[in-house]
Design a protein around this ligand. Sequence first.
Ligand code: NAP
Length: 340
Amino acid sequence: MSLDNFRPSFIYYQLRATPKPVPYEGNDLSGKTALITGGNAGLGFECGRQLLRLKLSYLIITSRSLSRAEAARKLLLADKTTQRVNPNAKVDVYELDQERHEYISAFVEKLKESTAYLDIALLNAAINTPKIEKSPYGRERTIQINHVSTSLMSLLLLPLLEACPRKPANLTVVAGGTNTWTTLPAKHHPKMIHWMGDPASKGFDVYANYHNSKLLNLFWVQALAERVSGADVVVNAVCPAMADTNLFREYPRWLMGFAKLIYFRWITWSAEACARVLTSGVVKGRDGHGSLTTGIGVTLPFNPLLFNDEGKGIRERLWNETIEIFQKEAGFKVDVPAKL
Ligand SMILES: NC(=O)c1ccc[n+]([C@@H]2O[C@H](COP(=O)([O-])OP(=O)(O)OC[C@H]3O[C@@H](n4cnc5c(N)ncnc54)[C@H](OP(=O)(O)O)[C@@H]3O)[C@@H](O)[C@H]2O)c1
């Protein structure tokens, strides 16, 4: 782990401002259906609670464990504010493991059996691990689950979003402020995902792969927004800063104990505040198409690669390499939108 993996300026940005709650005025979600992947815990759970308080009619959350998802469902429906303002809210739970392409495809097919459309899809599920472990495809797991699987999910959900009777629907990807913590060393390699996914690559750093994956989420959203009409589906990404959630569960206990004592206690935002960033993304309308944002009242920096010519080239190569992976590895057809 190099010092490159930590930017002290992050502390400054978190101390300077906290995201403001998304107001109910102008954001009444009555009658709408939303999916949150990884909605049983952390920021996804808190965002689900906020959407229900904005009168969302039907919320679908996922977890790798149905019992964890069911426990979250009960907690969401027991929320006093939701009971008062949205007493008929419905919450369903689904099992989803983003480890394999066919699990994602099976999940989407099952989802289609219970809903004909989605107003909102929040792609939030992700991991952050210090362990070098490989996915079934031989690729390091962070890159697999956070980038490859999230991207696949975005393409497979497009038909459900495009079928939404209210236009535009909203697809929000949860990236993260740490997209600035990487210079993307893989960018000169002709196969970037392959490079980041292979622990044998010279300079491979598993800690950096989380930050890399969050930058890839942002590139993917920019590329997808160029291929989907914002009049039909608003594609955007949100970047929360840090919050104390289960995301760091695989890090050494002594390190997390220290972080909890000082960093998480005094500096970071609460999970509830962090989730406001997610909520601000899912309520975005047509103007938010292709946007990368950090919540209401907050300005966090973004990786400069996202806005310069070098980054444009990286984005296209990343899109092509990711699509190639689906074509080679997925045993089912993935519809790929063309550039508009
Ligand atoms: N916390 C932060 O400081 C922070 C900062 C910036 C961005 N973010 C981003 O915010 C999002 C939510 O993170 P969080 O902090 O809320 O973390 P979290 O508490 O660990 O929640 C992650 C969610 O993803 C699910 N998940 C984990 N592995 C999965 C897999 N292989 N397949 C499908 N689902 C899986 C988890 O559910 P199960 O374990 O029950 O399956 C859980 O619901 C992530 O995209 C993260 O990168 C977090």
